[in-house]
Design a binder for this molecule. Structure first.
Ligand code: ZN
Length: 246
């Protein structure tokens, strides 16, 4: 069985042990692809360097809405350059976040600018969104995101929102929220959306203690869909590889 973690911050400062350890743990769990999203521009070279040194690791450089103030002409030019590297298979994590104390207009400029670059480069987008889903889907729809597709990361919305997203060509990133006792909407979403729209993620270290938690998420998805763990691995890995063109 092989799995893909479509969202993991292998180099986050919270980790004590070196990234090498997490890459080994992932390999032991059957995780053959680890996609690292960017958060700030200072990360980009490090993400790519790690990806160049490990066959299972890839990079999705970009500016998280918390770093929207970093968006300018030179960062935009740099991001365009990075899109040409073979280790760069998506742009992320980009989007809008109403819970952050960052000017919404700046967030929107950084988001739209990055979506445009991704589409021009033919790369899918990893979307971060909190309490702004209508606007996020609106921007993606207008920019023609269907040409490249993407993943709505850390999904916790409704079945209806998931449907709108999948109609736009986005996949739904299911993570450790599914393991919470009190989670109500996400199990419904996992059961309702097309199998071809499901991908897995840990968002470690924010949401999980390590990449191995992906297997627990996969087990829960299997239970909800009435699949075996092996079927879950096969389907979600095929989905990730299709959207990421690997
Ligand atoms: Zn993240």
């Amino acid at each position: 069985m092989v799995f893909c973690d479509t969202h993991i911050h292998l180099l986050a400062p919270e980790w004590i042990e070196p990234a090498q350890r997490r890459i080994e743990t992932a390999a032991d769990s059957g995780i053959e692809l680890l996609l690292q999203p960017g958060v700030r521009s200072g990360d980009w070279d490090k993400l790519i360097d790690l990806a160049q040194r490990h066959q299972t690791v890839y990079a999705a450089p970009g500016l998280h809405p918390m770093s929207a103030a970093e968006w300018n002409a030179s960062r935009s030019a740099r991001l365009r350059e990075l899109c040409c590297l073979s280790e760069v298979i998506a742009l992320g994590e980009i989007g809008l976040d109403a819970l952050l104390d960052v000017d919404p207009q700046l967030q929107e400029q950084a988001f739209s600018g990055q979506v445009e670059i991704a589409i021009a480069a033919g790369l899918p987008v990893l979307i971060h969104c909190r309490k702004k889903i209508g606007q996020v889907l609106g921007i993606l729809r207008q920019s023609g995101v269907g040409k490249v597709g993407g993943i709505l990361h850390g999904f916790s919305g409704s079945v209806e929102t998931a449907r709108q997203a999948t109609e736009l060509g986005l996949l739904v990133g299911v993570g450790p929220v599914l393991l919470r006792e009190n989670t109500r909407r996400l199990p419904e979403v996992v059961k309702a959306i097309p199998a071809a729209a499901l991908v897995l993620e840990t968002d470690a270290p924010d949401m999980a203690t390590g990449p191995e938690v992906l297997i627990e998420v996969a087990e829960k998805v299997a239970e909800l869909r009435g699949w075996t763990l092996a079927e879950t691995a096969k389907i979600t890995t095929a989905n990730a590889r299709r959207i990421l063109k690997l």
